[in-house]
Design a protein. Structure first.
Length: 211
């Protein structure tokens, strides 16, 4: 770049604390801001790698798609996805894709443990978009659902993302108890019967606890 363009870029980086300028020599150098950013990305990479074996086992046992989901900004982000049934593939939430926090098993398992002020802010900023007729779009109903999730320890998604697809999500906690992610499975709704649900929930819960 020419000198004026380079100066504008450096001024922008300096204002955001990515570089500092030596007052004596006027030379620029990097700050620890990049180190902080790399650490934030690093734990997500480590989390994904640690989850791979667990997700593979869960997908194999459940014969469903297994997901690792985190909160990124005001959305749910799919860090990893493993498909357990070669004949059935859930179309929603590919690896690297996003969806709202107020729907689905994994996203709601994360949203349930956010501070109420944060939930209110997300509702105000993002709204409660409906993807199917079963998506929760009422703030009062959503908060009631989040309370229930905290009580039972899992989120049950009944065709609120994709018609014909159900999901179960459980929170993944750090050693101090803070929720940092969710593990979930999703499959054909007809397989999520009252008889099968307890076993499926236990599988997801054990996977989340293991991670």
């Amino acid at each position: 770049f020419n000198a004026s363009t380079s100066h504008r870029i450096l001024d922008a980086l300096k204002s955001r604390n990515y570089v500092r300028q030596n007052p004596t020599t006027s030379a620029y150098s990097l700050t620890f801001k990049l180190f902080e950013l790399s650490n934030k990305i690093g734990w997500k990479k480590t989390l994904r790698l640690e989850a791979l074996e667990i997700l593979n086992q869960l997908a194999k046992e459940a014969q469903d798609s297994a997901y690792l989901i985190i909160k990124d900004g005001d959305d749910a982000l799919c860090l990893e996805r493993i498909d357990g049934n070669p004949y059935i593939r859930v179309l929603a939430l590919e690896k690297g894709s996003r969806m709202p926090l107020h729907m689905g098993g994994g996203p709601r398992a994360i949203m349930a443990y956010l501070p109420e002020t944060e939930v209110d802010r997300i509702i105000h900023v993002k709204g409660l978009e409906a993807w199917t007729a079963n998506t929760i779009t009422n703030p009062i109903q959503l908060k009631s659902d989040l309370t229930k999730i905290r009580e039972v320890g899992y989120a049950l998604s009944l065709e609120d993302v994709t018609v014909g697809i159900c999901a179960i999500g459980c929170p993944v906690r750090k050693i101090d108890g803070d929720v940092v992610a969710a593990i979930s499975i999703a499959g054909v709704a007809s397989d999520y019967t009252e008889e099968k649900l307890p076993h499926l929930i236990d599988m997801v819960r054990l996977a989340a606890q293991s991670l």
